[in-house]
Design a protein around this ligand. Structure first.
Ligand SMILES: CC(C)(COP(=O)(O)OP(=O)(O)OC[C@H]1O[C@@H](n2cnc3c(N)ncnc32)[C@H](O)[C@@H]1OP(=O)(O)O)[C@@H](O)C(=O)NCCC(=O)NCCS
Length: 151
């Protein structure tokens, strides 16, 4: 999934095996430390791995930090079935009802309409744009749109 150019279209680069393993290791450590994070998502009917969805504390120095974000990345064969929205909605409920958060944000590159559509389906509201500090100046993916939802 992380090596697929279609999946990584709105990220600066695809990930090789080592980078992907290291990302998943970071997700695992966060879940061990805090009890929550970006979770692996399985199809209920056959437990096939769909991708990851969940809550995260971004490490980049974002202009609205500190914050908790909801995010998603699915294998293309599972796009178009409402699964990202279903898993993200469960994540928001967990964030508000179990963790007691008051606000959860989500952000993506300006052109990532499938991801923005998930935010809108979740009832999140657009609050503005910002330049992502981890994306190099001059890269067309640097401008991001920020959405949020409150308890
Ligand atoms: C962002 C991403 C998860 C969106 O996937 P998606 O399949 O479009 O989103 P959902 O799983 O919510 O599915 C919604 C689609 O399923 C359809 N759908 C079918 N049954 C549905 C149901 N029961 N409920 C909701 N939607 C349903 C919707 O109509 C919509 O289709 P459309 O886009 O043709 O209108 C996916 O494009 C992806 O993984 N992208 C790469 C990673 C990425 O960019 N992540 C975000 C970075 S910030």
């Amino acid at each position: 999934m992380n090596a697929d150019p279609m999946v990584m279209k709105y990220f600066p680069d695809t990930l090789d095996r080592a980078q992907s393993d290291s990302l998943l290791e970071r997700f695992s450590v966060a879940i061990e430390d805090r009890g929550w994070g970006f979770w692996a998502v399985e199809l209920k009917s056959n437990r096939d791995l769909i991708g990851f969805v969940g809550l995260n504390i971004p490490t980049a120095p974002l202009p609205f930090a500190p914050c908790v974000e909801v995010g998603w990345r699915l294998r293309p064969s599972y796009w178009g079935a409402g699964l990202a929205t279903e898993a993200a909605r469960a994540s928001l409920i967990f964030g508000f009802e179990v963790l007691g958060l008051t606000k959860i944000v989500s952000f993506t590159s300006l052109g990532n309409t499938p991801s923005i559509a998930v935010m809108k389906r979740l009832g999140m509201k657009e609050v503005g744009e910002f330049d992502h500090p981890a994306v190099p100046v001059g890269n067309s993916l640097r401008t991001h749109v920020l959405y949020e939802t409150t308890r």
